[in-house]
Design a protein around this ligand. Sequence first.
Ligand code: ATP
Ligand code: MG
Length: 571
Amino acid sequence: MRWSKFYLFTSREIPQDAEVISHQLMAKAGMIRKVAAGIYSYLPLGWRSLTKMMAIVREEMNSAGAIELSMPSVQPAELWQESGRWSLYGKELLRIKDRHEREFCFGPTHEEVVTDIVRRDVKSYRQLPLTLYQIQNKFRDEIRPRFGLMRGREFMMKDAYSFHTDAESLGEVYESMRLAYCRIFERCGLEYSMVEADTGAIGGSASHEFMVLAKTGESAVVSCDRCDYAANVEKAEARGLPVTSTEEPRALSEESTPGATSVEDVARLLDIPTSKVVKTLIYKTDQGLIGIAIRGDREVNEIKLANYLGVNELALANEESVVETSGAPIGFAGPIGLAKDLRLIGDESVRKLTNFACGANRQDFHFTNGNWGRDVDLAEWADVLLVTDGDLCPHCDGRLSLARGIEVGHIFMLGCKYSEVMGCTFTNDRGLPEPMTMGCYGLGIGRTVAAAIEQNHDGDGIIWPLPLAPFQFQVISLNPDDSAVAAASDSLYEELLGDGLDVFYDDRDARPGVKFKDADLIGTPLRVVLGRRSLADGLVEISMRRDREKLLIPVGDAVAKLKELYAAEGP
Ligand code: ATP
Ligand code: MG
């Protein structure tokens, strides 16, 4: 492709809302154009990378035995009412009405549609297992669309769905999908890890996320420094916290703590560490109010809590409810003497504490030297702790460390969640009907391309991994107005093209400085530069974007040299 015939407009300006480097570089390199918040056009250069990403995904899905189809973006409410998600899926679900006032949504995911397809066609255990996939646009009305393609509202996803007779068959396909995902991310030149994940609104029994480690990632993941345990913090299990002291219980006493509504204030006033304070939080849920007692220096993992309770909605209670249950304003609730009818759950982090401080359920007062059993008994204990750096691994004696990651893929064992409610059944080998066991497998196309940029760039631009580069080779003619240079450049370009190589030719009438800057920005991995001076000696300059080390070689050897570098770099 000649630049002069292509549609590519690079820019030196960074869009105001571009907070992360991948968004900045994709905008500057003329790959994407914002149409509305979280809604983008993929411009020709960007589309080339996305197309390459899709081709990799298709190859690996096909070789894992998945079969491609394409489902609609607009889906009828009835299917979502059948699965129960019409009312459960929050505001991210864009609901629309047609001219007959019939309700539809713009699909954020396709479990309902695919289950509806399969339940009509597949009848027998002999037809299972099967896996269907598509690459298609989703819409999720994200509360904070940002980071360009990383968190869009309309975005492209590969989503696959597998159907089975039983859990064992699901396990086998899940494993082959896991391996396919590994191959995909390896081919994209990404450093990634697979972590245990929460199943969220999609539901199911087990799930794993593929995380690309990056400072700008929106997800937090923990991994053990000894064993291979790794999990999204949303899911990560806590293994109690080390208790250092073995104090004898002292007498409970009520202390005046005027205005001390935060754990820090209480600890300062009572001259104790925040880890000796039992913090009591009241939550409002769709099952009523519940209380959580947790160590003062630690946070509740609200996702773990909601899963534990089996609730869909969970938020800190308002002042009125807190006053009603504790008899005091926010900041003074505590397990000792709290309303008897409140379901109070102790987090494991406070189970072994002795002589703890806690709210006295009375404005401006806290207890000190509280002790379980003697002063209050909790009927219910659970692990609802938000794990953090340095915590003990739940599976070995190692320590957990915290890192940030970009979730590029998410695979789920769904079980019979959708097949049961939607009547997606098959006849088993004894002639009896059974619901199909299902799995689903998502992968963000645009997000993965953006993640590749997060991991591969420098101060001047993108450094594409070969498989995702919009173009793999770039011919740069420094003096297109010089007939000798133009002729040599044209013929080198034609030769590369003739050999079936993926080549971009900067034949523009522009200054060398501009061409070099643009080449660095758009990040083509292999480049060959033809300039008047070196060409007079019969030489051209070859370099790789990664280190930009220049190699002067005879023009006649250029094609062979480029191919050699490509082969050394290639997948
Ligand atoms: P997140 O936790 O980041 O919101 P999710 O858990 O909602 O993601 P899934 O439902 O598992 O995402 O979707 C599968 C894949 O689709 C994700 O792993 C991610 O790569 C991609 N994806 C999800 N939401 C977006 C989005 N708003 N913009 C771009 N890609 C997305
Ligand atoms: Mg997810």
